[in-house]
Write a protein that binds this ligand. Structure first.
Ligand code: MN3
Length: 243
């Protein structure tokens, strides 16, 4: 589920010479707000905090600017620093031939890498005047895989409302199974089907909503669905995952 992040990492192995081979992909990624920020001529890829596609106060009153700023800069930013630190430690240890910290570092890679990926998706999954329902191909597919748009929405909301306290609700597409799935993510990296591609992620960690909604997670999820979801972004992610 951290495919694009993995590509960024692979980039560092290709070095500058590899820039051309990934150029096409790099050109396509930023428009979907992916975490992969591939910079031409940069020999070692360091993950970069993506800018939000809107101002911090753009989602008011549904998502307040203070929460959004803290969430983006401190929480997502912190995960990013953790990911970069973990990757350099792995590289440093490999160079020294020291694998004694592999357990911690492999876990940290999954945790921070998944946090970076999910937050990057989450920001672009929202927009001012969002909400409503899926349309077009995605709507058809949702109806096929979940019974109806309404059944999907009820399942997604229930998944968000009952996910672990540090967790996410997620709509994903599994290319191998050719199925849409609603999943509950614990922390950032547990509870998913391997190989699945996240399309819509709702952050239900308390830091995502507590300043405005306090303990009322269900109110946050309701507003996320009714006012914030950018279904065009979700549909574009589905089209790309389906190929
Ligand atoms: Mn978060």
């Amino acid at each position: 589920m951290i495919t694009r992040t993995s590509l960024t990492t692979r980039r560092s192995f290709f070095g500058v010479a590899g820039a051309g081979s990934l150029g096409l992909l790099a050109d396509r990624l930023p428009e979907l707000g992916s975490s992969a920020q591939l910079l031409a001529g940069q020999p070692v890829a360091e993950h970069v905090l993506p800018d939000l596609p809107y101002a911090y106060d753009a989602l008011e009153p549904h998502l307040d600017a203070a929460t959004l700023r803290l969430h983006h800069q401190k929480h997502h930013g912190g995960a990013l620093r953790g990911l970069n630190r973990t990757e350099s430690q792995l590289a440093e240890n490999a160079e020294k031939g020291d694998f004694s910290k592999s357990r911690e570092l492999c876990r940290a890679l999954a945790y921070y890498g998944s946090s970076h990926e999910l937050h990057s998706i989450f920001w672009t999954n929202m927009k001012a005047d969002g909400g409503g329902s899926a349309e077009g191909e995605l709507a058809k597919r949702i109806a096929e895989d979940f019974g109806s748009l309404s059944a999907f929405e009820q399942l997604f909301v229930a998944a968000c409302n009952t996910a672990p306290a540090s967790g996410w609700g997620m709509l994903a597409y599994h290319p191998g199974f050719d199925r849409l799935q609603v999943l509950q993510v614990a922390d950032h990296e547990n509870g998913v089907v391997m190989g699945t591609v996240p399309l819509l992620a709702c952050d239900v960690w308390e830091h995502a909503y507590y300043l405005k909604y306090q303990n009322r997670r269900a109110d946050w999820v309701k507003v996320f669905m009714a006012e914030l979801v950018n279904w065009n972004d979700v549909a574009a992610r589905y089209a790309r995952a389906k190929g």
